[in-house]
Design a protein around this ligand. Structure first.
Ligand code: ADP
Ligand code: MG
Length: 544
């Protein structure tokens, strides 16, 4: 037997579980059932791929057993199991991206909102330690010679040893905390309690969950049931199962296509951005099922990168069960389906915008910067994306504006949608470039996301109104009289301008008189095709 130490991040999370800050402890069972279900999905997939695999896939299931005298609760599956290396890597460490950042955030939070954060992170297996003071896991991977027994009290170490007689799959046994514990835990060995929790959280699990020989879940796929029969709470639980986000979704989207290529989709918009939204290896894509059978996680072929916050399930009737990513990438039907999913997501956000403005605002705050990436990659839907965008503007101190609202406020004779990019709202507001626009009473969009620098260069217009940077080229704000007056002035100052141009030849291309300033004596402007100072900084930071 070997005694090993938990990785330090894992140790910190375990401490959080032991001194549980999350008030709803029943959820530990959902996590164990969810893991068992994943393990059964994986084994079935593996058996499709590897026809020679010596495992029994005829009766894949989950069993829950309790022993009131011993105060133990066991969740057992005959799924894919784990090798010894898997156990050390998957259970002893937390390899999820964003762990360090997550723990840091958690430290800054009050304990009440910490549970929301925990939910975002989806701590899974470790939630066992909310209710148990010792956990034993026995597992066997089909190709491994021996099984593995893992045990821990959730303090800094765990033990691990080989076992000869482990059955296929995994069993997790919780040694429950004493019930006179200050937490006043319910009796989790009681069948009625177990049944209640499974019904509430795991009813839709596609594999049978058995207790005392009885099947206690209905196994109905939510997306296959009539929409009118599914409750919000059922959607929320299903969303938690697939997204590992413990918060309820902001919006549920259902789709159904009949005809030559039949499919059903159940998609969710999150109330909070996934923690890994702006990380390099962030997950994207929905789950793919074929006729209720789980085929793959994170199916990127069905959802573009800029909609990576959309979670859900697509169940296609006419695909082969051993469809591969390569096949998906070339399949015309899949591309068609993806196009319809994208349109549906965009139109659902548009509907939120008009009917539930607060929810739309929340969604935009969380994932708007990702949506704007679509302006650079999804040309077919560019207009639809522009319609659901919101921006800060000089019109209001705090409320964002849509482009349609901006256009409706445009002044007589105003032809452009003016914007200025910069590091922050105040940097933009204090820029000398803003003076002439302010004097004219023209509204200016204030764009401060790094992605804004990119899309403004490639999106020419909205609703026929060209975008115009106030910091680039000639911003044409003059009337004809002003123009001729300015030309006269330019002639008068020609010598001075030539001299200044010579003096500053190293630093600027040209010196000219300007009508755009009202209080500042001079400002530096970029050529229409120059990159902006912020973009220049970005390129430098990226080492270019
Ligand atoms: P998550 O499910 O979000 O990945 P968990 O903490 O719940 O996180 O589980 C960590 C990992 O441990 C899983 O991804 C899986 O690889 C492995 N695991 C947990 N339970 C089982 C099980 N019953 N059978 C096989 N592997 C499991
Ligand atoms: Mg899990």
């Amino acid at each position: 037997m070997e005694t090993l130490e938990f990785q330090s991040e894992a140790r910190q999370l375990l401490q959080l579980m032991i001194h549980s800050i999350y008030s709803n402890k029943d959820t530990f069972l959902r996590e164990l059932v969810s893991n068992a279900s994943d393990a059964l999905d994986k084994l079935r997939l593996e058996s499709f791929r590897d026809k020679d695999m010596q495992v029994d896939v005829d009766d894949l299931h989950i069993v829950i057993e309790s022993d009131p005298a011993e105060r133990t609760l066991t969740v057992r599956d005959n799924g894919i199991g784990m090798t010894r290396e898997d156990v050390v890597r998957l259970i002893g460490t937390i390899a999820k991206s964003g762990t360090a950042e997550f723990l840091h955030k958690l430290k800054e939070q009050q304990s009440s909102s910490a549970s929301d954060l925990i939910g975002q992170f989806g701590i899974g297996f470790y939630s066992s330690f909310m209710v148990a003071d010792k956990v034993t896991l026995v597992t066997k991977f089909p190709h491994a010679e021996k099984g593995v027994r893992w045990e821990s009290t959730g303090e800094s170490t765990y033990t691990i040893e080989d076992v000869d007689d482990a059955p296929q799959g995994t069993s997790v046994t919780l040694h429950l905390k004493p019930s006179d514990d200050e937490d006043k835990l319910p009796d989790y060995t009681e069948p009625a309690k177990i049944r209640e929790i499974v019904k509430r959280y795991s009813d839709f699990i596609t594999w049978p969950v058995r207790l005392g020989g009885e099947e206690i879940n209905s196994r109905k796929a939510l997306w296959a049931r009539p929409a009118s029969e599914v409750t919000e709470e059922e959607y929320a639980e299903f969303y938690r199962h697939i997204s590992h986000d413990w918060n309820a979704p902001l919006e549920t989207i259902r789709m159904q296509a009949e005809g030559t290529f039949e499919y059903q989709a159940l998609l969710f918009l999150p109330a909070q951005a996934p923690l890994d939204l702006f990380m390099r290896d962030s997950k994207r894509g929905v789950q793919l099922y074929v006729k209720r059978v789980f085929i793959m996680e994170d199916c990127a072929e069905l959802m573009p990168e800029y909609l990576r916050f959309v979670k859900g399930v697509v169940d296609a009737a006419d695909l082969s069960l051993n469809v591969s990513r390569e096949i998906l990438q070339q399949d015309r039907q899949i591309q068609l389906m993806r196009r319809r999913l994208v349109k549906k997501v965009l139109s659902s956000i548009k509907a939120l915008q008009s009917s539930r403005a607060d929810d739309y605002a929340k969604l935009w705050r969380e994932v708007g910067a990702a949506i704007k990436e679509g302006l650079l990659s999804d040309f077919d839907n560019r207009d639809a994306i522009l319609e659901i965008c919101s921006f800060a503007s000089t019109h209001s101190e705090d409320a964002l504006t849509t482009l349609a609202d901006y256009v409706s406020r445009m002044k007589e004779g105003q032809e452009h949608i003016y914007y200025m990019t910069g590091d922050s709202r105040s940097a933009v507001e204090h820029s000398p470039h803003m003076e002439a626009l302010r004097a004219k009473g023209f509204e200016v969009l204030i764009l401060t996301d790094p992605i804004d620098e990119m899309w403004v260069d490639s999106v020419p217009s909205f609703d026929g109104k060209p975008f115009q940077s106030v910091a680039k080229g000639q911003v044409d704000l003059e009337t004809d009289e002003e123009k001729s007056a300015n030309e006269a002035k330019a002639a008068e100052f020609a010598d001075l301008l030539t001299w200044m141009g010579e003096q500053l030849a190293e630093d600027v291309k040209e010196v000219r008189l300007s009508s755009r300033l009202t209080t500042s004596p001079a400002c530096v402007v970029g050529d229409a095709h120059d990159i902006t100072p912020t973009l220049e900084k970005m390129y430098k930071a990226m080492g270019q």
